[in-house]
Design a binder for this molecule. Sequence first.
Ligand code: HAM
Length: 449
Amino acid sequence: MASSRHIFQAPKGMRDFFPEDMAIRHHLEQAWRSASIRHGFDEINGPTFEHLELYTIKSGDGIVSELFSFQRSGGQTDYALRAEFTPTLARMVAAKGRSLTVPTKWFAIPDLFRAERPQKGRLREHRQWNVDILGVAGPEADAEVIAVAVAALRGLGLGPEDIRVRISHRGAAASMLAALGVPEDRMTEAFGLIDKREKLPSEVFTEQAAALGLQASGVAKLDEMTGSRISGDQPPASIAKTHGLPVESVAELDALASELDKRGLLPFCDWDLGIVRGLAYYTGTVWEIHDARGAFRAIAGGGRYDGLVEMFEGPSTPACGFGMGDVVLALLLADRGLLDGDVSLCPRPDVFVLSSGHDQAEDLLVPLSTGLRDIGLHVRHTWKATRNIGKQFKEAASCRARIAVVLGEEVGRGMVSVKDLDAAEQFDVSLGDLSTWITRRLAGGVERA
Ligand code: HAM
């Protein structure tokens, strides 16, 4: 039936993951997990859906308009698929009250769901690495989470010429907007406009800025201030000076600069008043990571949200962190030639077992493979009907096996032929010595023929 065709495709904005896609996903997650653990963060997770109000309380209109919400059939309670992780984290921290050790350093890698219009870099489901520090009010926590993000990106092969951490402060942005005449009660709206600035055609930006009460000169000044950034090695005070802002409005950024410097991160950073973040709960420093050429959407975003835990009835808890999605990151890595996007990220078999088709070889194919798997090796053998050795070697090469074990006539004499496919060297090995021989070879030991 033509009308039900669509059910045989993944829903709009959702993804299927074939083995090559899973290999890419694992590659990213490995870099994320490794950077988190190296910096002393513990992994957590939460439910895939939450009460709807968890998001309507404080995430801000952007996310609320993108929720997938539902009720249980016959039920009355409103739920929503997890659209971001921060409310869940704040709820979990609030539930533990004062019993958590300070600082609390947690990371999570949840799947998130947002009913966005699918486009390049934005889907309806993505996996997002979250790294947060709770209980530390000073800039050392902001610098630490930025350090974790940069460490993962460096681990994936990206350098300061590829990625920029664009840092700002909601206080500085508010004083800039106030100086231009934006009234206090329209600040959130103004932040929303700045957040969308790079995605809006300039006439729409001008129109919406004018609707906030700005004169034409104010719109031009806002455009100029939010469109200019300075590199991290210059003091944030100079951006305040350039735009006539009070130096106190960037005092926290000055303190952050010295923490970033201690960690060698300034070459990755820019000070940029155009970053304000779309989510409502941020209270101070805010930042995003973008590709240096500005060809893609944000790779990561985060900042300080000192009031959120208290809002969920927990103790007053300073907090900061970020989220980094898998979608834009994979696009950027592919663009830089850092993802082969193919089998090369899939796990390499240690051994591929070939059979010449002789009775004794056939009898040994599965038991030998089983024995090698039992000692912890990744073993594959052909499932094809062909016993053509050349074709089986091609199969071994295409899955990038390290060692090929050829079962031929000599199995009758207790011998097999073994080929180290990386070194292109061949050996005759007795069946009794085979597992020891293979483990030594894989560990880099040199064997005599
Ligand atoms: P966010 O800016 O909404 O922040 O998302 C963080 C990152 O997740 C984005 O920079 C982007 O890489 C990715 N992302 C977001 N939406 C999508 C989408 N529809 N498709 C693909 N990727 C997407 C937050 O979610 C905050 N809760 C992060 C945070 C943690 N702040 C403090 N701690």
